[in-house]
Design a binder for this molecule. Structure first.
Ligand code: A1EG2
Ligand code: FE2
Length: 314
């Protein structure tokens, strides 16, 4: 059965702190292209790799990776809330095979997910329930992180397992590219913030609004050139897109986590979702990138990319 890929940046600042209309038009056109690509492929199943931003997964138990057999969207930043349309049998089949291949993935019968999953599903297929899905969480913010090589191995194992499902599978990666939004870090957070990072589920509306407003303000300051967060790095982003398109993704194994942060900001670890999705594609053989969009969008605190790829028949 064929496989295909769509990877995309997300940003909850879309529609909240917008750039010039020409930029929005370009992004809209790129998403329209991605939606057409996906509709033409007509997936039976979406396997989506996405991060979390301390809205669904916390330091009370922080796995590097987690496959959801059932999942709830928390509805942060106005994204759709409620249950995802998870294909439980597919989730179990993927988890069994990934574990059997030696990658210790966590498993959840009630995974909580945030805009990392929901915004991507809404933009690509219209809603969090439109297409049967297996959500796979990849920790991309909560230190300590394992080496990026493990993400490639996870992706490859998921790709091999997906090939046995006898379904048309679309791999989605949601996150990145270079960006450094003000996500708190445990090591440097004050005590009350630390507590929220450990056990912050179900914040009050006031807490949620305050959090979201902080990020919106940061986007405004960043676009105005007065924010203290790390700059975007279009050169680094374009190189990553080239490496992923080349098919020689093992070269990413030598990139240290410190280097990601130095070059592309703390949240650049979200490109782990792209690396996993491309690695999953590679398990089916050679692939070809069929479209690439890239633009720096400081208003959204994002090196903003979208790519699509198909398997090449050999
Ligand atoms: O609310 C947060 O913690 C971060 C929100 C956020 C902002 C810009 C780009 C992103 O990828 C992102 O997730
Ligand atoms: Fe993010």
């Amino acid at each position: 059965m064929p496989v295909a890929l769509c990877t995309m940046s997300h940003s909850p600042l879309m529609g909240r702190n917008d750039p010039a209309q020409t930029v929005i038009d370009d992004v809209d056109a790129a998403f329209e292209n991605a939606r057409t690509f996906i509709a033409d492929f007509a997936p039976d199943l979406i396997v989506i790799f996405a991060p979390d931003h301390y809205n669904g997964v916390y330091y009370d138990l922080m796995p590097p990776f987690c496959i959801g057999a059932a999942a709830q969207s928390v509805g942060d930043y106005g994204t759709e809330s409620g249950p995802l349309n998870v294909d439980r049998d597919a989730a179990y089949a993927l988890a069994r095979e990934v574990l059997a291949s030696g990658v210790d993935v966590a498993f959840s019968e009630r995974m909580h997910v945030d805009h990392g999953f929901a915004q991507a599903l809404q933009l690509l297929v219209g809603s969090i329930t439109a297409v049967p899905t297996v959500p796979i969480f990849i920790n991309s913010v909560a230190e300590p992180l394992g080496p990026v090589s493990r993400v490639r191995l996870l992706g490859e194992a998921v790709g091999r397992a997906a090939a046995n499902l006898n379904k048309r599978v679309l791999f989605v990666g949601s996150g990145g590219l270079s960006h450094d939004p003000p996500v708190p870090q445990f090591a440097t957070a004050p005590a009350e913030v630390k507590e929220k990072l450990i056990d912050g589920r179900n914040p009050t509306e006031a807490e949620r609004n305050a959090r979201e407003q902080r990020v919106i303000d940061a986007g405004r300051d960043f676009a105005a050139g007065v924010a203290t967060i790390a700059p975007l790095n279009p050169h680094w982003d374009r190189n990553l897109l080239d490496v992923l398109a080349s098919g020689e993704i093992e070269q990413i194994d030598s990139w240290t986590n410190e280097w990601f942060v130095e070059q592309a900001g703390h949240s650049s670890h979200e490109v782990r979702t792209w690396i996993a999705a491309y690695a999953a594609m590679s398990a089916a053989g050679k692939y070809r990138v069929t479209s690439t969009f890239y633009r720096e969008i400081p208003e959204w605190i994002a090196g903003f990319g979208i790519s699509t790829a198909v398997a090449v028949d050999e």
